[in-house]
Design a protein around this ligand. Sequence first.
Ligand SMILES: [Zn+2]
Length: 222
Amino acid sequence: MPNVRVSLSVTFTTPPSVGAGGTGGTLADKVVTRNARGAFILPASQVRGKLRHACEQLLRARGVPLCQPPQPERMCPHAEGVKSPCLLCRIFGAPGRPSLLRFHDLTVRDADLLPEETLRPMVSLNRHRRTAEEQRLFLIETAPHFNGLTFENPEAITGQVRDERYVHVLLGGLKMLFAWGGGTSRGLGWGAVKAVAQVDGKTVEKFSREEVEQLCQSFKSS
Ligand SMILES: [Zn+2]
């Protein structure tokens, strides 16, 4: 099976923020945390979740049959009219069928250049899970010089794919994440996502719009 490695960088054009008064997006959308060494990170789970959602939108808009979480009876392997597992579950995994891809945290670049007051950690207090939540810090909205804050990992996604076409679905989804940026009503300013994918050490040429359409057609017929 082909080995995949995707390098990712996410640059915020608006601050990644959280706050009681925040509108648009869920709290989870806005979480930036620290890792064990204290560095600010975009957690792998965030990247994976957002990317899965983007790929779902990309595929659904082009009529590729997919299951419909979260109701179990509409999810693979129970979804009616969908060959199980569906494409999304094949790429990202489903209960009992883990993905062969691993997602890794993106770490903030040039953390030492950021003014201390820019990164104002705010501890989330959750009465029920206080101990766990004390480890969870958020960045709260700050001054414009926050712009350009970049999180990156040259090995953000690694592992294997059963079908090389899956890499193009990932790249298509990543392109949509870019389109979401800029602090729109979605809340989180994922300004720019830069992705470079390699399969067996060779850089993958990004598909044109037409090629993405053809790719989706090929999934509809297979
Ligand atoms: Zn599915």
